[in-house]
Design a protein around this ligand. Structure first.
Ligand code: ADP
Length: 275
């Protein structure tokens, strides 16, 4: 019985009815300024194990910056980000005081996060397969055989098992983006950030990439943060939708709540642009 109670505490039913695990990512009162420009103005946000969280909002509202801070590409100006309960940008020194994280700590924490960018950032001089096996062999020190096996599995998942020996230049934009997704998945991160992964694609290639993400979202327990302008996609796959504007979270809830019954004028006016 005690075990059941503990399990209860650890899980939370998502808005969509799926059971979510314990918190994986927490932003606590996070701010970020670039010079005098404060782009994140005190954000509290939790992503649970298994949760698919869609982040929507106008351009310039700080969505990418939130993702980049998780990926350790930007340092918060104040506040705390934790992954698996462990501070990302802070660590304990020998006296047990919380101090700024060093490179070694950041490296270790970074392995818990995968990110897929708008521009695929594939290595042009490496084959598809090598693009996917590179990080597992160099960062995770995985054997070549194991990395190969895992990479092939992931490339099969994104429908590219026939392209293993091809170079990125020979692929369509949609195929490149699917390689980038396989490359992120192969690291088995705790959380995957997708940053507008379809916005640089020709319209006819958007569908295949969204479809692959949707399949992965349904079949893996990896937490996901999906920064997107594709409202139907967000509605379809998200457990939670977060609407941000000007560096703050304006509304947060289940897709039907936010899309069908927006409470704020801001969200209503934002959504009206997609009708
Ligand atoms: P979104 O993803 O919602 O479009 P961003 O996080 O990309 O928003 O940007 C938020 C704001 O921060 C924008 O005004 C952008 O110009 C600014 N910004 C982002 N990165 C930098 C940077 N490295 N230096 C200066 N300003 C930046």
């Amino acid at each position: 019985l005690e075990k059941d109670e503990e399990a209860d505490r650890k899980t939370k039913e998502s808005h969509s009815g799926r059971l979510l695990g314990e918190p994986i990512v927490r932003y606590e009162n996070v701010t970020k300024s670039f010079g005098d420009l404060e782009v994140i103005k005190g954000i509290d946000l939790t992503i649970h194990a298994g949760e698919k969280l869609a982040l929507i909002g106008p351009s310039g509202s700080g969505k990418t910056t939130l993702g980049r801070m998780l990926m350790t590409l930007e340092e918060p100006t104040s506040g705390m980000i934790t992954i698996d309960g462990e501070p990302l940008w802070h660590m304990n020194n020998r006296r047990g005081q919380l101090v700024r994280a060093n490179e070694k700590h950041l490296h270790r924490m970074r392995e818990k996060v995968g990110m897929v960018f708008q521009h695929f950032n594939l290595f042009p001089h490496l084959t598809v397969l090598r693009n996917v096996t590179l990080a597992p062999t160099t960062v995770l020190k995985m054997s070549k055989e194991e990395a190969h096996e895992r990479a092939v599995t992931m490339l099969r998942k994104v429908g590219l098992e026939s392209k293993l020996d091809v170079y990125p230049a020979q692929l369509s934009g949609g195929q490149k983006q699917r390689v980038a997704i396989a490359r992120a998945l192969v690291m088995q991160p705790k959380v995957l950030v997708f940053d507008e992964v379809t916005s640089a694609l020709d319209p006819e290639l958007v569908g295949e990439v969204l479809e692959v993400i949707k399949e992965i979202a349904q079949e893996t327990d990896t937490a996901m943060m999906l920064i997107t302008h594709e409202m139907d996609f967000a509605k379809d796959i998200a457990d939670t939708v977060v609407f941000g504007a000007e560096g703050r979270i304006v509304e947060q809830g289940c897709p039907t709540e936010l899309f069908d019954n927006p409470k704020s004028e801001r969200l209503r006016s934002f959504l009206s642009r997609f009708l």
